[in-house]
Design a protein around this ligand. Sequence first.
Ligand code: ADP
Length: 461
Amino acid sequence: AKSTYDVVVVGAGGAGFAAAIEAKNTGASVVMLEKMPTVGGNSLISGAEMNAARNWVQPKLGILDDSAERHAQDTYIGGDKKGDLEVIRTMTGNALSAAKWARDYIGVRFEPDNLFMFGGHTRKRALIPYGQTGTEFITKLYAKANELKIPVITNMKAVELIKDASGRVVGVKATMNGQNYEFDAKGGVVLATGGFGHNAAMVKKYDPSLDERFKSTDSPSATGEALYMAERAGAELVNMQYIQTYPICDPVSGSIELIADARFDGAILINQKGQRFVEELGRRDVISHAILAQPGSYCWVLWNDKIGNISKTVEAHPDEYSVFTKTGTMKTCGDLKCIAEFTKIPYSNLKATIDRVDSMTGPGNDKDFHNRGGLVDMSQGKYYVVKAVPSIHHTMGGIRINPKSQALDKNGKVIPGLYAAGEVTGVTHGTNRLGGNAYADILVFGRIAGEGAAWDALSLG
Ligand code: ADP
């Protein structure tokens, strides 16, 4: 079966929805193809915090000196200068308008007076969606796509890009239940197919150190075949060896422990001896490596109510709380003795660590590991402790794009008709994606790609 649209969007995660909605509102006819039975991809299970410098919450927290350029530099330096600075600046310069678009047009609700400060950032700038997961974004984006009457075809897997004699991408071949389909695109195809963090063989191929010891935080959809589809159509894949582990994940399932995001408000990381061993707000790669170097290659995340009353992660993630408590990954205690018993950390060590933390509270006072958010008084309970290991989380590499979200070939030339946005792209985050940058990335470049492909369709007539 064959059908024709102005724009074909492959993948119904955050980037795909942003692209399809923007394409439609530019005046194009659009279809979305999704290989899974449900929409959302990794964007759905993400914590979904979104960095935007000069956002509306920052003044409430007294943060008045942030800027898009500061955000760009944090991103560039946080990725060891392996990202493309012009692409990065495009992301940081458009993040605030994308966040306002999400808030005012899509209807995404954000926590009104808190922000997260993820590792590697020099300012607190991550907006927090209600529920602290991507559900808030994806349900609202999906509802908007429905309202705009954009067909979203699930169980439809794109398998090949179609090019015409001039080299322009003019459609995709796809399959559903063994049947072949063809979707022609007058303007262009937007690849928004996500990363490959759930494809263990592919991960190991590009970074042999990430072997069988590692589980993945990612959605089963993140298997990356579309990267090879793009490569066959001439796109250059770059930075594929840069694969991020998320340091704080469930040892049982490999899933990210969103409940342990209390770290962003002062939770500490300790090893089996009860000692701190790394800056809790350091880069993800740095913390991951530090955890792997501890006895047993795991750590404990410990916080108390004073921290929990700010981060509210227990309230935000009741499912994690009950599952982790049931499986013995997590424990809630009235005092430190109980924490020591549960974790089997010697009580005297634990007490010494907490006393030391209490002697160094407040910004700039952590003489041991320089926690950039500042330590918090932990003398009083309740206490929460959760066991954590690193797990494969984000694949920084992918299709080389320019600031217009156009896919480039090996010679740096635009492949006409081919756009890419989100985790499938490879030049935004360099060696290491900073927390809160994925949602900025997917919304900004999704919108740019969708508008670009729509404009191509309209101008080609
Ligand atoms: P991003 O954050 O970049 O938007 P996500 O992981 O959230 O990435 O979304 C990517 C989506 O693309 C997933 O829902 C995934 O199932 C879908 N997808 C991946 N490959 C294909 C393909 N070949 N055809 C159709 N959909 C795909």
